[in-house]
Design a protein around this ligand. Structure first.
Ligand code: GLU
Length: 315
C-alpha cells in the first residue's frame, strides 16, 4: 500500500467514543508519521463483535475535528479475515499451534513454572496426545478450545528499542492466537495487518509495550518485517484525577462530553498540545502548528493527568 514511503497508523477499537487519552495518542501517531514523511493510515479494530459499540464513524469524526487526516479509506480489520486465517495456517503447518481448553480459573489454579511472569500460561495443554486432546474437547463442550502459539524452544523474549521508552524487554509465554469463541486474538491480527498495510512505525499507548515482544516473535515466525525495520514509540498514558488510567467514569472525557461543557475541539487540541510541550499555556494551536513544532526529543516521558472539564472551560 505504501511501497518505499513507509506508513504509521492509528488503530482504534470501536468500543465507544475516544477519550482524551486516546485522542492524545492519535495526535502523537499522526505527528510521528507526518513529520517523518510517512503515510498515515487508519485501521478500525472491529474483530471483537461483543465489544463493538458501532462507534467507528464517531471516532473518525472526532479525529477529523482535532485536525487529523489520513491516507486512503480506513481499513476495517474484520475484512482481513483471509489474511489472519492464512497466517494461522502457516503457523499450524510449522507445528507452532496447539489447542488449549483451559479456562481463566484453570490457568490461575495451575502451578506456574519457575521464573515465569505472573499470569503466564503454564503450558497445561502443550503436550497432549490426540486422545487427551479429544477428551479435553469433550470435557469443555459446548465451549471450544482456544489456539495458542507453541513458542519454539530456544526462542526468548526479544527486546526492542522504543523511540520514547528506550530499550524495552519483556516476557513471553504460549499466548493465544485464536480465542475459544473463534475471534482471532489481537496479537496475531495486529502483526498480520500492520505488515499487509506496509506499516513501519507503530505509535500507541505504553500499556501495549508489554505485548510488543510477543508481536515481534510472531513477525519473525511469519517472516514479516520486524525491528529495526519497524519502529515503535509507546507513549505515556493519560491519568484521571484518581491517579488511575483515564476512563469514562472520570466524567467529561470525550469530545462530545466536553463540547456539552463548553470546551471546544480547538481547546482540547491546544490543551493536549500543551501537555506535549507543543503549545504554551492558554495558547490555541492548529494541528498544522503541532506538526511544525513536533520534536520527539522534547516529548514528556511520564504519564499526564487530565484536569477536569470545568478547569478547561474557564482557564
Ligand atoms: N486497538 C487497540 C486499542 O484500541 C490498539 C492496537 C495497537 O495500536 O496496536 O487499544
Amino acid at each position: 500500500m505504501s511501497a518505499g514511503v513507509g506508513a504509521g497508523r492509528y488503530a482504534p477499537s470501536p468500543s465507544g467514543d475516544l477519550h482524551v487519552g486516546n485522542l492524545r495518542t492519535a495526535l502523537l501517531a499522526w505527528c510521528f508519521a507526518r513529520t517523518s514523511g510517512r503515510q498515515f493510515l487508519m485501521r478500525i479494530e472491529d474483530l471483537d463483535r461483543a465489544r463493538d459499540a458501532g462507534s467507528a464513524d464517531r471516532q473518525l469524526a472526532d479525529l477529523e475535528q482535532l485536525g487529523l487526516d489520513w491516507d486512503g479509506d480506513p481499513v476495517l480489520q474484520s475484512r482481513l479475515g483471509g489474511d489472519h486465517a492464512s497466517a494461522l495456517a502457516q503457523l499450524e503447518a510449522a507445528g507452532l499451534v496447539y489447542e488449549c481448553t483451559c479456562s481463566r480459573a484453570d490457568i490461575l489454579a495451575a502451578p506456574s513454572a519457575p521464573h515465569a511472569p505472573p499470569g503466564a500460561y503454564p503450558g497445561t495443554c502443550r503436550d497432549r496426545s490426540d486422545t487427551e486432546r479429544e477428551l479435553a474437547r469433550e470435557r469443555i463442550a459446548p465451549r471450544r478450545p482456544a489456539l495458542r502459539l507453541r513458542v519454539p524452544d530456544g526462542v526468548s523474549a526479544p527486546s526492542f528499542d522504543d523511540l520514547l521508552m528506550g530499550r524495552v524487554g519483556g516476557a513471553i509465554d504460549d499466548f493465544v492466537l485464536r480465542r475459544g469463541d473463534g475471534v482471532v486474538a489481537y496479537n496475531l491480527a495486529v502483526v498480520v495487518d500492520d505488515a499487509s498495510m506496509g506499516i513501519d512505525q507503530i505509535v500507541r499507548g505504553d500499556d501495549l509495550a508489554s505485548s510488543t515482544p510477543r508481536q515481534i516473535v510472531l513477525q519473525r515466525l511469519l517472516k514479516l518485517p520486524s525491528p529495526p525495520e519497524v519502529e515503535y514509540a509507546h507513549v505515556p498514558l493519560v491519568l484521571g484525577q484518581s491517579g488511575a488510567r483515564l476512563a469514562k467514569r472520570d466524567g467529561a472525557v470525550t469530545l462530545n462530553d466536553l463540547r456539552a461543557e463548553g470546551v471546544t475541539a480547538d481547546r482540547v487540541r491546544s490543551v493536549l498540545a500543551q501537555s506535549l510541550n507543543l503549545a504554551g499555556a492558554g495558547e490555541v494551536v492548529t494541528a498544522h502548528q503541532m506538526l511544525q513544532r513536533f520534536d520527539p526529543a522534547q516529548l514528556p516521558r511520564s504519564a499526564w493527568t487530565w484536569a477536569s472539564a470545568e478547569n478547561l472551560a474557564t482557564s
